[in-house]
Design a protein around this ligand. Structure first.
Ligand code: ADP
Length: 211
């Protein structure tokens, strides 16, 4: 994050003098408290300064990478999840391939009548099935899918970074976002490697806001 000259000056004042009130910082800079308000807000939001009510501002001493880690840990699955694309167990492998193309996704979830998760189909699962000589319209999805309980899932309140770790540890491209119901795990979303790429790009865009 690039700081303005004034923001750097504020930090240099707060470092040795904190906790110090906004009023006092303004006085030292020969400015009004109102002029400083946006800069103090930015420095507090970025985690560089901390504001204690009725005490003042102090320097947190956190390094750039500590601040970045904190921001990454705040990201939630629900803010990056996409619409899940699901098929039924009895749908054919041919239909699964068509759905994958039409919906432009790399992972399909297989669900029962209650929208509860029973399996997962990846691109390679479908390629593998296509290598056989059988008629793809005659093979139901449940024959080739990875099935419960061997499916790695996440919940909407989970930290996005935990979901990313599951993708890496299990060498998979996507996770179903599920919600517990009496009938089983209802599929309410999906997070994929693309969600992680989006989050990475957004973090740098956020940073630009402070330039
Ligand atoms: P691809 O095989 O097309 O590269 P993946 O790496 O996502 O895609 O899938 C690898 C294998 O893991 C496939 O057999 C797939 O069925 C299975 N798989 C995909 N997602 C999950 C998941 N969330 N939980 C368990 N297994 C999964």
């Amino acid at each position: 994050m690039e700081l303005s000259d004034r923001q750097e000056q504020i930090i240099e004042i707060v470092k040795p003098n904190g906790p110090i009130t906004g009023e006092k910082i303004a006085e030292k800079l020969g400015l009004t408290r109102a002029t400083l308000r946006p800069d103090l807000a930015i420095l507090t939001m970025a985690g560089i300064l901390e504001a204690r009510p009725r005490v003042g501002y102090f320097f947190t001493g956190k390094t750039g990478s500590e601040l970045l880690t904190e921001n990454i840990k705040k990201l939630k699955v629900q803010d990056y999840q996409q619409v899940p694309i699901a098929i039924r167990e009895d749908d054919s492998v041919y239909d699964a391939i068509t759905t994958m193309f039409l919906e432009d996704v790399g992972t399909l979830f297989v669900v029962d009548e209650q929208s509860c998760l029973t399996g997962v189909l990846s691109r390679k699962d479908l390629l593998r099935a296509s290598l056989g000589q059988q008629h793809l319209s005659g093979i139901p999805a449940h024959i080739i899918m990875t099935r419960m309980p061997n499916i790695t899932v996440c919940r909407k309140d989970d930290a996005l970074i935990e979901a990313a770790q599951k993708l890496i540890n299990n060498q998979i491209d996507g996770l179903p976002v599920v919600k517990e119901t009496e009938a089983g795990l209802e599929v309410i979303g999906r997070v994929t490697k693309t969600s992680m790429t989006k989050a990475l790009v957004e973090l740098t865009l956020d940073d630009k806001r402070f330039d």
